[in-house]
Ligand binder design. Structure first.
Ligand code: S3P
Length: 440
């Protein structure tokens, strides 16, 4: 469903970035609002919805499962919940495109249904690991088939009632945690997930918003089966999208940006702490709540950055922001070391390899390791980057181009539309020189 080739960004270094940016809606929260709304009782009205290819993949899949969903505006969606047992078999396989969150969370939701479902996706999604998901769901009584490599396509067979389990996650993954908690809504007793490290807690917060009690006791998170009640959700601005502008505003001399309404959930917001530790000048202003999530306006002004050892404990709570953070490292004085980040190898691309190759193409010394990378800061030169069809790699190197010594060309950028439609327009509106076009 997603064209991953053809679109390229051509970025030229230039003057300061200035002005205000309206952020796209949070991707993680938009997915969850659709899914919980779908199995809730009554209507769920979502404002600030991310109109990206990933979240639209979830929306389309839920419609195929019999949920009436109205698009009332680009960012305004009405979900007419069918209740916990109201989903129906889809007529065809559910195509989830590039979206890992759609796939993992929907598999959890589908595990407790009485009908079969088949989940497919694009080449990138079809390479991503699914056994980590299947294993705990099987322990709950689910019946799920995957390819011999442990990847898509998945067939989730109708299982009826599942059994509550207590499960220690083998990796820090909010998608995995969320899938098990969603399956737990269909279990015969409580389900407990134990996290090795803290990961984003959007599912837990939203379950509470929909009237289900979620208990947290240290690393243990428990949910009881039961119904959800439709609710109004205001989606925060996506901090993962804001991260590119926190870095751009820091590295392009003279910049001063205001990013309004960014989600700053503490289980998600370590990018702010990491950039500040590097010397970034970021102010968190006007802190408030939206839809059960903390949000704030972020002001960033250009500042000299220095390399740091990124604290290992912060890695899971900044996991999507490392492409942007590594560009900050490339423009800093001194060395930045990232460890405890092996999960980056199984994202939309192998992000350690993609960043290592891209930084090297721009003349930035770096050394990739199995679970991280060491970057020697300096001044990026011009060059051509392969984004590998990964939205965050494409946006990271576009930002690098704003502060490079010569123009940067980023190939294979179409998937920026999975999380940030209008990214190039947003950069341009703030004064950046970027063109999005079709390459030869
Ligand atoms: C997400 C969890 C993270 C993150 C992804 C969104 C979520 O994935 O990388 O972009 O919404 O739960 P993992 O659970 O694989 O770490």
């Amino acid at each position: 469903m997603t064209a991953t080739t053809g679109v390229e960004f051509r970025v030229a270094p230039g003057g300061a970035l200035r002005g205000e940016l309206t952020l796209p809606g949070d991707k993680s929260v938009s997915h969850r609002a659709l899914m919980l709304g779908a199995i809730g009782q009554g209507a769920t009205e979502i404002r600030g919805f991310l109109d990206g290819e990933d979240t639209v993949a979830t929306l389309t899949a839920l419609r195929a499962l019999g949920v009436p969903i109205e698009r009332q505006g680009t960012h305004h969606v009405m979900v007419h919940g069918v209740g916990r047992h109201g989903l129906r078999a889809a007529a065809a396989a559910l195509d989830l495109g590039n979206s890992g969150t759609s796939t993992r969370l929907l598999t959890g939701l589908l595990a407790g249904q009485s009908f079969d479902a088949v989940l497919i996706g694009d080449d990138s999604l079809s390479r991503r690991p699914m056994r980590r998901l299947i294993e705990p769901l099987q322990r709950m009584g689910a019946r799920i088939d995957c390819s011999p490599a442990g990847t898509l396509p998945l067939t989730v067979h109708g299982a009826g009632t599942l059994h509550g389990i207590e499960y220690t996650l083998p990796v820090a993954s909010a998608q995995l945690k969320s899938a098990i908690l969603l399956a737990g809504l269909y279990a015969d007793g409580p389900t407990t997930v134990i996290e090795p490290e803290t990961t984003r807690d959007h599912t837990e917060r939203m379950l509470a918003h929909f009237g289900r009690t979620v208990r947290r006791d240290g690393a243990r998170i428990s949910v009881e089966p039961g119904e959800l009640h439709g609710s109004a959700i205001e989606v925060p601005g996506d901090l993962s999208s804001a991260a590119f502008f926190l870095v751009a505003g820091s590295i392009v001399p003279g910049s001063d940006l205001l990013l309004r309404g960014a989600g700053v959930n503490p289980t998600r917001a370590a990018v702010i702490d990491i950039l500040r530790a590097m010397g970034a000048r970021i102010d968190v202003l006007n802190s408030r709540q939206a839809g059960g999530e903390p949000i704030a306006d972020l002001r960033v002004r250009a500042a000299p950055l220095r390399g740091i050892d990124i604290p290992a404990a912060l890695v899971p709570i900044a996991i999507d922001e490392f492409p942007a953070i590594l560009i900050a490292a490339a423009c800093a004085t001194g060395t930045t070391r990232l460890v405890n980040a092996a999960e980056l190898r199984v994202k939309e691309s192998d992000r350690i390899a993609a960043m290592a190759d891209g930084l090297a193409a721009l003349g930035i010394g770096n050394e990739p390791q199995a679970d991280g990378i060491t970057v020697q800061g300096g001044k990026p030169g011009g060059g051509t980057i392969d984004s590998r069809g990964d939205h965050r790699i494409a946006m990271a190197f576009a930002i690098a181009g704003l502060n490079a010594a010569a123009p940067v060309r980023c190939l294979d950028c179409a998937n920026v539309n999975t999380s940030f439609p209008g990214f190039a327009d947003a950069v341009r509106a703030l004064g950046g020189s970027i063109e999005a076009g079709h390459g030869g």
